[in-house]
Design a protein around this ligand. Structure first.
Ligand code: DPP
Ligand code: ZN
Length: 864
């Protein structure tokens, strides 16, 4: 397979103004009749050019161009495209083809999910439905007619507004939809099924009434309330913060059970993975509920950042994704807690994006080339892309950022544009110069920021020195320094703020900044709010960190100080254990935990974050070579140490909150998070009373947050009552796919030695189904990404297992198979024995004949 390159971008030879699409859904075939009205694109050159359409996995029936049916010699049909005669001015084209959605296990294009028809077109699924210039810079007005059996598919949906519907004879029904907004093909959607509809309404600030409809399988109606409320909050927030109103009279969301991604922002008709829509207190955890809220908002926000202004080409994906993630992060922070949200976002960024940036699939926020675009829906494009937007927000301030957004919409509404256009709007609206800032879109790799300082008490000054370096990444051996906004303040060792926060801009390889009028010993609080996506190596002593962990007024900084202190200590412990010695946890950590545990002024949700040790994956990434077993042992030992040292504190914290009737507001969720953190430490202390409390809390009809937390605390204990609790959970929820996924994930993430054998056996569980991506992710993905000590077993058994799974899945669903492959390409982080075994697994995959483009791209990068 050949790469597609940004530098090869050319405007489309022809533009399509309208598309009339008729889908006749029948049991043997679906017939698709597409009428395209288009014209030569003046921006693409002079004179006539052949009309070239993308198309795959369908059977061409007929082509009629300007009223004449074309014979087979008048067009060229290849596996992925259809080339028609030249046209200069306007033309009308009718293409008829047939597809078989019932055989579509890749879940791109039109497919069947639990008996309902649905679509997923981003990025290039539309070409599996009909022949069309399937690229985002071709924007057309769509009219869609759907026809299907009336009894089995009474609900027929597409984008925009309903126009008409009625009987089509022989027990069939039809519906016609019209979307007045020109859109790229990736935003097309159609749904046909027997679905229940939950309806609500929203009045926009200009007084227009919008009907809100959520469609779900019958029986799931009660689980839509949280998503509906979230949608209304998101609609209001976008009006208040960005002045953006919804633009149609109808907004629909459909939940489907088989879905590759989280959700999809199709114009007026979002399609959601049911996991990210259906959520109530009995079946979803608080984390699930917050995730649902964030994703509902994310997809809604795309209506402006993505749909009204879309991407010129797929290299610009972060134009809509980075910006929309930033918007959903701000929304969630406003709905809940800014500090807690930032900590969660940074933890995710570090564990997935920093890892990507440090490995063979590293790529810039705006990539230069791809083999399969589906492989570029990555943490770099999304999460790092959001950090880049956040830095612009930091540099320009909220009002300046808003001016830039306003200008962006004023200039580009209805257009398909580039990341450059976004940055230019930010610059022009503020008279700012972001020329060197553009490097953030171009250079891959996580910069390292070093900081040290010296204080001169007699001169009443403190000088801070900052230095940066950006590591080489594949294809980019040499890097230029990037502009880093560093939020910094000085805290007095005796208490209080000595120098208030300011934003220092490091715009070259190094610079010094002097703080004046600093008359007392101070400690710098740096990179507050994680103001740039870098690895910070600051000259803090352990005592400085312990001080900041108790005194930093920036919540992120406070959390970060304790994390850094813990990381240093845990890595020292791991090293000692590996050398066969004894390991002990730094007493400063115990003291910091004791103080935080007792600190009544801290929000409980933040306390829960503060009291969570860095995960094994983060610890592994923080050292040259990830010592898998030693890191696991060290972290377990630390948890036990903290459990025992603060035993009474954990017990009291738990018991004080255990009886609370939980509500769903932010504060109640925070108290539950804290309570369950306390429970986990109390169980780690080995108290029988703690196990009894966890067993009681694990009873399967409780609130899902509590049940899952209790089961997670129990799942590593190899004792019959704990196993029985998990089994009871399984039996209770066997027929509820979303909850059963939690059980699969709990089984897969238990660190007990027999977990791989359990996971292998669970592939024969009657409810395991490789055609359902959620189930694959719950069992296989949880094991490979959430259970490092077992997946990275020294004998390579986890790697061999994954290779086998990737190959089996690749035949069904290449997109999900490629994602599953990722952990194997990070082999450079490990010791020699593991490296060899990971490489063997990669080679085994690479040797398979007929590998998909998706998996091929990942594996070949991993072996390069
Ligand atoms: N639906 C995916 C998202 O919103 C891809 N656009 O991120
Ligand atoms: Zn998105």
């Amino acid at each position: 397979p050949q790469p597609t390159r940004l530098s090869d971008y050319r405007p489309p030879a022809h533009l399509i103004e309208t598309l009339d699409l008729a889908l006749d859904l029948r049991d043997d075939w679906t017939t698709v009749r597409a009428t395209l009205r288009g014209r030569r694109n003046p921006a693409a050159g002079q004179g006539a050019a052949p009309i070239v359409l993308d198309g795959e996995a369908q059977e061409l029936v007929s082509v009629t161009l300007d009223g004449e049916r074309l014979g087979p010699n008048e067009y060229a049909l290849e596996a992925d495209r259809l080339t028609l005669p030249e046209r200069d001015g306007a033309f009308e084209l009718v293409v008829e083809s047939r597809i078989r959605p019932q055989d579509n296990s890749a879940l791109e294009g039109l497919y069947l999910s639990n008996g309902m028809y649905c679509t997923q077109c981003e990025a290039e699924g539309f070409r599996r439905i009909t022949y069309f210039p399937d690229r985002p810079d071709v924007m057309a007005v769509y009219s869609v007619r759907l026809e299907a059996d009336a009894a089995r598919f009474p609900v027929l949906l597409s984008n925009g507004n309903p126009v008409e519907q009625g009987e089509a004879g022989a027990g069939r029904r039809y519906a016609v939809w019209h979307d007045p907004f020109p859109k790229p093909s990736y935003l097309f959607a159609a749904v046909a099924g027997d679905l229940a509809c939950v309806e609500d309404r929203f009045v926009t600030r200009s007084g227009r009434e919008v009907a809100l409809r959520i469609y779900v399988e019958h029986g799931n109606e009660p689980r839509t309330g949280h998503a509906m409320d979230s949608l209304k909050r998101a609609m209001r927030w976008d009006e208040e913060v960005f002045g953006l109103e919804y633009d149609l009279d109808l907004f629909m969301i459909v939940a489907v059970s088989h879905f590759n991604m989280g959700a999809m922002e199709n114009k007026g008709l979002n399609v959601f993975n049911s996991k990210l829509l259906l959520a109530d207190a009995a079946t979803a955890t608080d984390a699930d509920l917050q995730r649902v809220e964030a994703v509902v908002a994310h997809e809604y926000f795309h209506n402006w950042t993505g749909n009204r202004v879309t991407c010129r080409d797929w290299f610009q994906l972060s134009l809509k994704e980075g910006l929309t993630v930033f918007r959903d992060q701000q929304f969630s922070a406003d709905m809940h807690s800014h500090g807690v949200k930032r900590v969660g976002d940074v933890r995710l960024l570090r564990s997935v994006q920093f890892a990507e940036d440090a490995g063979p699939t590293a790529h810039p926020v705006r990539p230069d080339s791809y083999i399969e675009i589906n492989n570029f829906y990555t943490p770099t494009v999304y999460e790092k892309g959001a950090e880049v937007v956040r830095m612009i927000h930091t540099l320009l301030g909220p009002a300046g950022f808003r001016r830039g957004m306003d200008l962006y919409f004023e200039r580009h509404d209805g257009q398909a544009v580039t990341c450059e256009d976004f940055v230019a709007a930010m610059e022009d609206a503020n008279g700012a110069d972001l020329s060197s800032f553009r490097l953030w879109y171009q250079q891959a790799g996580t910069p390292t920021l070093e900081a040290d300082w010296s204080q001169d008490l007699s001169a009443r000054s403190l000088t801070l020195r900052l230095r940066q370096s950006v590591p080489p990444t594949p294809g980019q051996p040499l890097k230029r320094p990037m502009p880093l906004p560093v939020r910094a303040a000085l805290l007095g060792k005796a208490g209080g703020t000595v120098a208030p926060e300011r934003v220092l801009l490091l715009d070259g390889a190094e610079a010094s900044f002097t703080f004046e009028e600093v008359g007392e010993p101070a400690v710098p609080s740096l990179l507050r709010g994680f103001s740039a996506p870098v690895r910070l190596e600051a000259a803090w002593s352990e005592d400085d960190l312990a001080f900041l962990a108790g005194a930093d007024d920036d919540p992120f900084g406070r959390w970060e100080a304790l994390q850094t202190l813990a990381t240093r200590s845990l890595l020292r412990m791991a090293e000692a254990l590996r050398a066969g010695g004894a390991a002990t946890l730094d007493q400063r950590i115990v003291s910091a935990f004791r103080a935080s545990l007792a600190d009544a002024r801290l929000e409980p949700a933040f306390k829960a974050e503060l009291l969570t040790l860095p995960g094994e994956t983060l610890l592994g990434q923080a050292s040259e070579t990830w010592q898998v077993d030693a890191v696991h042992e060290a972290r377990e030992l630390a948890r036990r140490t903290l459990g025992e040292a603060l035993r009474d504190g954990w017990r009291q914290a738990y018991q004080a909150l255990a009886g609370e009737e939980g509500a769903l507001d932010t504060e109640a969720m925070g108290r539950r998070a804290f309570k369950n953190a306390a429970l986990a430490y109390w169980v780690a202390a080995g108290d029988e009373a703690a196990v009894a409390a966890a067993l009681a809390q694990a009873r399967p009809d409780g609130r899902m947050t509590d049940v899952v937390a209790a089961l997670a605390a129990l799942s590593d204990l190899e004792r019959p009552d704990a196993e029985a609790a998990l089994q009871a959970f399984h039996d209770r929820w066997l027929d509820d796919p979303l909850v059963l996924d939690k059980w699969f994930a709990l089984k897969a993430t238990a660190s007990r030695p027999d977990t791989l054998a359990t996971v292998e056996a669970l592939r024969r569980h009657p409810r395991f189904d490789r055609r359902n991506p959620n189930r694959v992710r719950a069992l296989i993905g949880s094991f490979t990404t959430g259970n490092p000590v077992r997946f990275h077993a020294a004998d390579g058994s986890g790697y061999a297992f994954l290779a086998q799974e990737v190959l089996a899945l690749d035949k069904l669903n290449p997109q999900v198979a490629a994602r599953l492959t990722q952990p194997l390409v990070r082999w450079r982080r490990f010791d020699e024995g593991r490296r060899q075994r990971m490489l063997e697994a990669l080679r085994r995959i690479a040797d398979e004949p007929g590998l998909s483009r998706d998996v091929f791209e990942i594996v070949s990068k991993g072996l390069a």
